[in-house]
Design a protein around this ligand. Structure first.
Ligand code: NAP
Length: 262
């Protein structure tokens, strides 16, 4: 079962699994036709009821859910002070609590069968608080730590949990992104510069099929690692974050995002 299978990494992943012989249920908030062997179902991960109905529908059609790929996610652009708590909360509702809802819905079946695999799609953004996407990064950092705890909690039940953290992939994620509502003039220049950096990077992003292959590896490896990076930067960024002095990371990041000096 792949959430958010209507576009980008989720769609490519669902199609790859189907191509490789898996029986795949993909989801979207809208009614979508089945595609390439992927059976499409309606699901809004922000709603308890929608999650329950969707998982029940899958279980009515299949014996059980072997693999859950929690991929649905949204981006919120804007500087922290410009973002209202409700806007920030909305990102967590999809990126964090959406994944939690799905996990809670599939775990009883997986516990009963004493097997199952859960792959949560986080983001490399969790490693560095980039300007203009703080709440997105925070939601993915929360997902990363939650995934780690869950991995240990269900290990003895035969359920394997892992995290895939993609770097930068050319998908529809920015078309679907929301922008913080309260623009503050003091941030106009830096916000536009940070936005241009992010949009430029995503335009030049890698092929989502590369990320799908990493998800496949995480979902099928006999002894899956806790974390898989996907994409060119996924090796460098965590090491830079943990090994390079903070001051150096700050300077490089501010330069990369074209932020003004004091
Ligand atoms: N692209 C990147 O560079 C990148 C980097 C790091 C991490 N990621 C992560 O990878 C995942 C996929 O992103 P993407 O880049 O492929 O973006 P995308 O093309 O915008 O796909 C996002 C998917 O999530 C679904 N979705 C959004 N809100 C939903 C909700 N409330 N309920 C159910 N489904 C919902 C969308 O489906 P509908 O609109 O049809 O409902 C869509 O299929 C996300 O978790 C994202 O944070 C992406």
């Amino acid at each position: 079962m792949v959430t958010g299978a209507s576009s980008g990494i989720g769609r490519t992943t669902a199609l790859l699994f189907a191509e490789r012989g898996a029986r795949v249920f993909g989801t979207s908030r809208r009614e979508r036709p089945d595609e390439g062997g992927v059976r499409m179902l309606r699901l809004d991960v922000r709603s308890d009821e929608s999650v329950r109905e969707c998982v029940d529908e899958v279980l009515a059609q299949a014996d059980g859910i072997d693999i859950l790929i929690n991929n649905a996610g949204v981006m919120l652009e804007g500087f922290a002070e410009e973002t209202a708590p409700d806007e920030a909360r909305a990102v967590f509702e999809t990126n964090f609590f959406g994944a939690v809802r799905l996990v809670d819905a599939v775990l009883p079946g997986m516990r009963e069968r004493r097997r199952g695999r859960i792959v949560n799609v986080g983001s490399l953004a969790a490693w560095i608080g980039e300007p203009g996407e703080g709440f997105y990064a925070a939601s993915k950092a929360a997902l990363a730590r939650y995934t780690e705890s869950l991995r240990h909690e269900v290990w003895h039940l035969g359920i394997k949990v892992c995290l895939v953290e993609p770097g930068v992939f050319a998908t529809e994620v920015l078309d679907a992104a929301t922008a913080a509502g309260a623009a503050i003039a003091d941030y106009d220049g830096p916000r536009e510069s940070a936005r241009a950096t992010l949009h430029g990077a995503l335009r030049r992003g890698e092929d989502p099929r590369k990320a799908a292959q990493v998800v496949w590896k995480a979902a099928t490896a006999r002894a899956p690692r806790g974390r898989y990076g996907a994409g060119g930067q996924s090796f460098v960024v965590p090491r830079l974050r943990t090994l390079a002095p903070q001051r150096l990371v700050d300077i490089a990041l501010r330069r990369a995002y074209g932020l003004p000096r004091r």
